[in-house]
Design a binder for this molecule. Sequence first.
Ligand code: COA
Length: 442
Amino acid sequence: MDFQAIYKEKLISIPDAVGLLQSGQTLAAAMCASEPVGLLSELENHAERLQDVHLFLCLPMRKYGFYTKPEMAGHFFLENWFYGAPDRKVHGLGMVSYIPNNLHRAGTDRIHAGGLNVFWGTATPPNDRGIMSLSTSLVFERQLIDAADVVVLEINPNLPWTLGDTQIYLQDVDYIVENDTPLVELPSIEPAEVETAIGNFIADLIKDGATLQLGIGGIPNAIAQSLYDKHDLGIHTEMFTDGMVDLFEAGVVNGRHKTLWPNKMVGAFALGTQKLYDFVHNNVAVEFQQGKVTNDPYVMGKNYNMVSINTALQVDVLGQVCSQSIGSRHFSGTGGQLDTHRGAQISPGGRGIIALRSTVKNGAISTIVPQLSPGAEVTVPSQDVDTVVTEFGVAELRGRCLKDRTEALINIAHPDFRSWLREEVEKLGIVPKLVVPGADLA
Ligand code: COA
């Protein structure tokens, strides 16, 4: 086949590709560093002729005009699997709404919910066999490419060629556009003292030879830096991060003892700096698999000694974890937190860790609370919770009663809040009081 001729046949301009969209249609797009920046930026220029187009995105990386400008109301509506900073800001405009989801089912549930007219993704330029790589994200992209009526891929030479389940053939794509935008970067931040203390407690819980998942946020990235004394660690994660590259380059990560995909780092998407994107490029040690595979708890649980490390905003004394809202103000999303927390507990020798600072806002607010704030969304229910870590220590909650959980969590709360927590727990009757023999229980 003459792949160059096929490529030329499918190539159209970005405005022409957006011009294919019709009022009332549904459209999903690839996420994070694989976001189709050219197509999404162009969308607002077509508002005049488009009404009621629903877009499905996950953690949009840029403040696109189509959902952040009030005059776009009625033209576009964003259904969002995971909020970032722009979404939080524009939530009040009424043009964005969160889709509750567990990441490994995001694509499957979208297909279940109804038809998908258009998918916009990104890919590397094709090789001489007409094969492209879907590059930095396979979370739901492949599933939605298969489900959509029309598929448009934005070809970007800056995208790394990643290996695993990432190949896509020119014949599977309806249209191609070209754009060479630099990839979005998430800078690495030096860990604060509190994060290092949390990292050190977690390092004590990780055996040599364990397989790790590290979640999104400042704390999981800081934890990687507490693991330089470990040996033969493996990676089975949702998100590849810069910290994992550092651990690989230091010889700490080699996947030697992994029981699933031995010797490979496995994940569904990469978000970090250019160092990470260079690392995953054409790297046979890095295996991209679909989110429905990496994050399926029963797949993740096939790794022995699987440890998941995620972070949260609030934990109540029952062990209910809220990682996605501050009270009723939606903040981010469940992502793969519950998937991976469960997967780690299915794993023989595994452990699900939730790590968080004991206080926020300069010590004014305790993150360990008697009750979640009204309206808070539960990310990990109390029946799934395993281990919670703060800078004051480790609370092992799995299989333990509420009385013991309460005590364990109060012991890792900030000392300034411990007596308040005890009083509140008693007021709420969460912990049974000691019954005096002979007391009247009527
Ligand atoms: N009450 C009030 N405000 C709180 C709070 C609380 N209990 N906890 C945190 N905050 C504030 C912080 O002070 C901070 O505000 P600031 O930006 O004004 O300083 C803000 O909320 C963000 O907190 P921070 O701890 O810095 O967030 P983060 O960027 O490290 O992300 C999560 C933490 C929990 C939001 C993030 O990890 C997440 O969304 N997790 C769910 C998904 C997930 O874990 N997926 C895993 C697979 S990748």
